[in-house]
Design a protein around this ligand. Structure first.
Ligand code: IPE
Ligand code: IPE
Ligand code: MG
Length: 248
């Protein structure tokens, strides 16, 4: 991989030797993408799933260590039943294909979120994907499914509270690390860069704890139109920033 590469005429140079370790993406804008084309929202989700495939493959190719994507939030259950069903069906299709091509792709996959409300078949596919891909190293793709940042923190707090009651642990001994260790993301470094396409400028309950010092990149591009070039653009932008973590 060359040290610097120009992806296209309007893409700034990316330093491939100093990539963010962990990039997270809020895959938003599928519905609007479909609407613009006079298609049902589900067509947007199908197109978004293809984009995810492209970006996940590319992330591995350029050497990102972690890619975390927001696929379905704890709030997305509010959507019409047929839309939720269509999203779940796409996930199932994606996972079946991922399992089939695992040996070729060699991507480690994990799921963040409470999988219990999912259809048992989908839940098993998630577990199977995670289990089979455990042995792969190089790039880890985390899929946030029925994920909510508040839900994640609440669960961690509940676990710690139960420990205090059960084991007589002193609540004053609870550290930030204790909380981090009980999140779905335990063991994964915090995201360096969080990308939100679609023009919305909010977190929508994504990685609330982990994003304390993440760099955000917002773009108007709708997720199905998101490209490798757009990813490089976000990384180049990230590389121009100065991260101070409260220091000088
Ligand atoms: C993101 O796209 C996909 C999910 C939330 C599952 P949206 O479906 O939210 O697309 P917009 O925001 O309505 O365009
Ligand atoms: C965030 O997008 C969730 C996912 C992309 C999975 P939403 O479309 O659900 O967020 P809001 O409703 O615009 O905040
Ligand atoms: Mg949306």
């Amino acid at each position: 991989m060359p040290l610097f590469r120009k992806a296209s005429s309007d893409t700034p140079e990316v330093d491939f030797e100093h990539l963010p370790r962990h990039v997270a993406i809020i895959m938003d804008g599928n519905g609007r993408w479909a609407k613009k084309r006079g298609l049902p929202r589900t067509a947007g989700h199908a197109a978004g799933a293809e984009t995810f495939r492209t970006i996940a493959t590319y992330a591995k190719e350029i050497g990102l260590e972690y890619l975390t994507v927001y696929a379905f939030s704890t709030e997305n259950w509010k959507r019409p039943e047929d839309e939720v069903a269509a999203i779940m069906k796409l996930l199932k299709k994606y996972l079946l294909e991922a399992i089939e091509q695992m040996e070729r792709d060699r991507v480690k996959m994990a799921f963040f979120g409470d999988l219990t409300p999912l259809h048992p078949e989908l839940r098993d596919l998630c577990r199977q994907t995670q289990e089979i891909s455990k042995r792969y190293e190089g790039c880890q793709v985390n899929i946030c499914l029925n994920y909510g940042g508040r839900d994640e923190i609440t669960r961690a707090v509940r676990e710690l509270a139960a420990e205090c009651v059960r084991e007589g642990r002193d609540p004053a001994s609870i550290t930030e690390q204790d909380i981090s260790d009980r999140l779905f993301s335990a063991g994964v470094p915090d995201p360096d860069l969080i990308i939100r396409p679609s023009g919305e400028v909010r977190t929508s309950n994504f990685l609330l704890w982990q994003s304390a010092y993440s760099e955000y990149y917002f773009t108007d591009v709708l997720w199905p139109d998101f490209s490798k070039e757009e990813l490089l653009r976000s990384i180049a932008d990230f590389q121009r920033r100065s991260r101070r973590y409260g220091g000088v």
